[in-house]
Design a protein around this ligand. Structure first.
Ligand code: FAD
Length: 491
C-alpha cells in the first residue's frame, strides 16, 4: 500500500520505519527543511543547542524499534545512563544531587529535605506500583480497540487506576505521604514532564518518578539530536521517501475514505494517511469540511515553554547536565501558568548544559546553557513584554542562587517562546505535550490513533493517545503501525 505521513516529528519518523518494515511504500511530507520537529538542533557562534527535548528516558523503546527493523540501535546512536539525574537548588540555599542509585539518592535527599527515608521509599514504591499496573494499558496499547485477550489487562489497570489515585491529585498524595515542602516540590515537579499542574493532575501521574528512579535518565552521545538522526538514517535506509519544505494543505477524502493529500506543490494519491501534525490543526486545517470531535479538540492544552539559549564564556564547575532552581511558592507558580496565563516573577528554572558531556558543544572554556521556564499556552499575551521581564527575573535568581554574575558571560543568545513553538511545528497554542493531564479523565480524552469516520486515516504524535514526550510519541507510532496490516492485506 502507498502510505502518506504528514510530519517528520519523532512519531512520524518512527511510524514511517514501522510501516516500511511491514512492506509499504512510505512518503513523509514535512513543512520544515529538517526532520525531527521539536527534537531538532541549531548552532550559534560556535555553540550547539538541542532546540527542544533535553531529557532522554525509556531508551528501551528505541532499542525495540530498531530491533524490529533488524538493526541494532547502538549502530546508530549510543547513550549512557546518568549517575546523577539532576541537581536541585532550593531558594533557602540548600541543594542536592539526585543520584540514580537509590541508596545514594536517599542519603542526599534525607539530608537536604530533613525527612525520614521511609517516607521517600513509600512514594517511590507507589510510583513503581502504578507503572506495573497501568503502563502496558495506557502507554503501550490503543485505548480504543481491545481484542478479548487484552480486556483482562484493562480490568487490572482499571482497579489500579482507582486504587492508585484517579480520585486524588498528585500534590495531595505527595503532601499526605511526605508532609515536607521540599520533598513535595521534588515529587510534584514530575507533573511538568507532560505539561500538567500537580495541584490538579490525578495522583496516577505519580507513575512518572518511576521512569527516572526505577528505569533511569540517559544521555544520548552527540546530544538529543542523535535520536532524530538515528531514526532519519534508518528510515532512509528502508527506502522511506522524504519531501521536505512541502506543507500538506488538505487531506483528500471521497465518500469517507482516504484518497490522498494536497500539498503546497502537488496532489498525491494514497491508500492510507497518518497525520503526525497536531490533531487540532489536522482537523481544522486539513479536514476543514469534515465533522470534528469538538469535545476532544477543546481539551485544555498543556503548558508551553520559554527558552533562552545562552552561549556562556565561563565554566561553572558546580553545575550538572540537568539543573533545577526551584521557586519559593510552587502552587502560586502553577496558578500563574494555568489560571492567569502568565509567568510569575519567581519561576522554577531548568538549566541544561550538554557541553558537560559533549565538549564540542561549546568553545573551550565555555558552556551551552539551555535555560527554560514553564510558560502558559499562547493565548495572544504580550510575549515581548513577558520575555523581557522573565529574562530579568531569571538572571537575578540565577545570580543569587549561584552566587556569581551571569549576564556578563552571555556571549550569544537565541530565544524560543510559545509563539515560535507553535509556528515552527504547528502545535496548537505552542503546547509542548498536546492536551494537559489536569483532569482525572484526561487519559481517556486524548484523540484515538485512528478515525472512526474516515476510513484509512490514522494519527500519531504528542497530541493524541497515549500522549506527549518522546517515549509516548514512539508508542503512538507503534500503535498506529499495528493497526495497518502488512502489505497486500486489507484492513
Ligand atoms: C522545549 C521543549 C522541551 C521538551 N522537553 C522534553 C523532554 O525533555 N523529554 C521528552 O521526552 N519530551 C520533551 N518535549 C516534548 C517532545 O519534544 C514532544 O512530545 C515530541 O518531540 C513531539 O513529537 P511529535 O512526533 O508529536 O511531532 P512534532 O515534534 O510536533 O513534529 C511535528 C512535525 O510535523 C510537521 N508538520 C506539521 N504540520 C505539517 C503540515 N501541514 N505539512 C507538513 N508537515 C507538517 C512539523 O513541521 C513538525 O516537524 C519537549 C518539547 C519542547 C518543545
Amino acid at each position: 500500500m502507498k502510505i502518506g505521513i504528514i510530519g517528520a516529528g519523532i512519531a512520524g519518523l518512527a511510524c514511517a520505519i514501522r510501516l516500511s518494515v511491514k512492506g509499504h511504500n512510505i512518503e513523509v511530507f514535512e513543512s520544515n527543511n529538517y526532520p525531527g520537529g521539536k527534537l531538532s538542533e541549531f548552532k550559534l557562534n560556535g555553540f550547539r543547542f538541542d532546540a527542544g527535548p533535553s531529557l532522554f528516558t525509556m531508551p528501551q523503546y528505541f532499542e525495540e524499534l530498531f530491533s524490529m527493523a533488524g538493526r541494532q540501535f547502538s549502530d546508530y546512536c549510543t547513550y549512557e545512563k546518568l549517575s546523577i539525574t539532576t541537581q536541585y537548588f532550593y531558594p533557602d540555599g540548600s541543594a542536592f544531587k539526585a543520584y540514580a542509585d537509590q541508596k545514594l539518592f536517599l542519603q542526599e535527599a534525607t539530608k537536604c529535605w530533613e525527612i525520614e527515608a521511609k517516607k521517600i521509599e513509600t512514594v517511590l514504591k507507589n510510583s513503581a506500583n502504578i507503572y506495573a499496573l497501568t503502563a502496558e494499558v495506557f502507554m503501550e496499547n490503543s485505548l480504543h480497540k481491545w481484542p478479548n485477550y487484552k480486556l483482562k489487562l484493562l480490568a487490572k489497570a482499571g482497579i489500579g487506576f482507582r486504587k492508585l489515585g484517579l480520585f486524588s491529585t498528585m500534590h495531595s498524595y505527595n503532601s499526605k505521604k511526605l508532609n515536607n515542602k521540599k520533598a513535595e516540590q521534588y515529587f510534584d515537579r514530575f507533573a511538568t514532564y507532560n505539561g500538567s499542574n500537580p495541584y490538579l493532575a490525578p495522583a496516577t501521574l505519580n507513575i512518572i518518578p518511576h521512569l527516572e528512579h526505577g528505569i533511569g535518565a540517559f544521555f544520548p552521545h552527540g546530544g538529543m539530536i542523535s535520536l532524530t538522526n538515528a531514526l532519519f538514517k534508518l528510515a532512509k535506509e528502508l527506502g522511506v521517501q522524504f519531501r521536505f519544505e512541502e506543507k500538506v494543505e488538505e487531506i483528500i477524502i471521497t465518500k469517507n475514505k482516504i484518497k490522498g493529500l494536497r500539498t503546497s506543490k502537488n496532489d498525491y494519491s494514497f491508500d492510507n494517511i497518518v497525520s503526525n501534525m497536531d490533531v487540532f490543526y489536522t482537523y481544522n486545517l486539513l479536514l476543514a469540511k469534515e465533522k470534528k470531535p469538538i469535545k476532544i479538540l477543546k481539551q485544555e492544552r498543556s503548558s508551553s515553554a520559554l527558552i533562552f539559549y545562552w552561549g556562556i564564556n565561563k565554566v561553572f564547575d558546580n553545575l550538572q547536565l540537568h539543573n533545577i532552581f526551584f521557586s519559593d511558592n510552587y502552587e502560586g507558580e502553577f496558578n500563574f501558568l494555568f489560571k492567569e496565563q502568565k509567568i510569575g516573577n519567581d519561576p522554577t528554572i531548568y538549566l541544561n548544559i550538554t557541553s558537560k558531556y559533549e565538549k564540542k558543544d561549546a568553545p573551550e572554556g565555555s558552556e551551552n546553557w539551555f535555560v527554560m521556564v514553564n510558560a502558559p499556552k499562547n493565548d495572544g499575551q504580550n510575549w515581548d513584554e513577558m520575555i523581557k521581564e522573565c529574562r530579568k527575573n531569571i538572571l537575578l535568581k540565577l545570580e543569587k542562587m549561584l552566587n556569581s554574575p551571569i549576564e556578563p558571560f552571555i556571549v550569544s543568545e537565541s530565544i524560543l517562546d510559545p509563539r515560535s513553538i507553535e509556528s515552527k511545528t504547528s502545535s496548537y497554542k505552542g503546547a509542548l505535550y498536546g492536551s494537559s493531564s489536569n483532569s482525572k479523565f484526561s487519559a481517556f480524552m486524548r484523540h484515538k490513533n485512528f478515525s472512526s469516520t474516515i476510513k484509512n486515516l490514522y494519527f500519531c504524535g504528542g497530541s493524541v493517545h497515549p500522549g506527549g514526550g518522546i517515549p509516548l510519541c514512539l508508542q503512538s507510532a507503534k500503535i498506529v503501525a499495528e493497526m495497518i496490516p502488512a502489505n497486500n492485506t486489507k484492513r
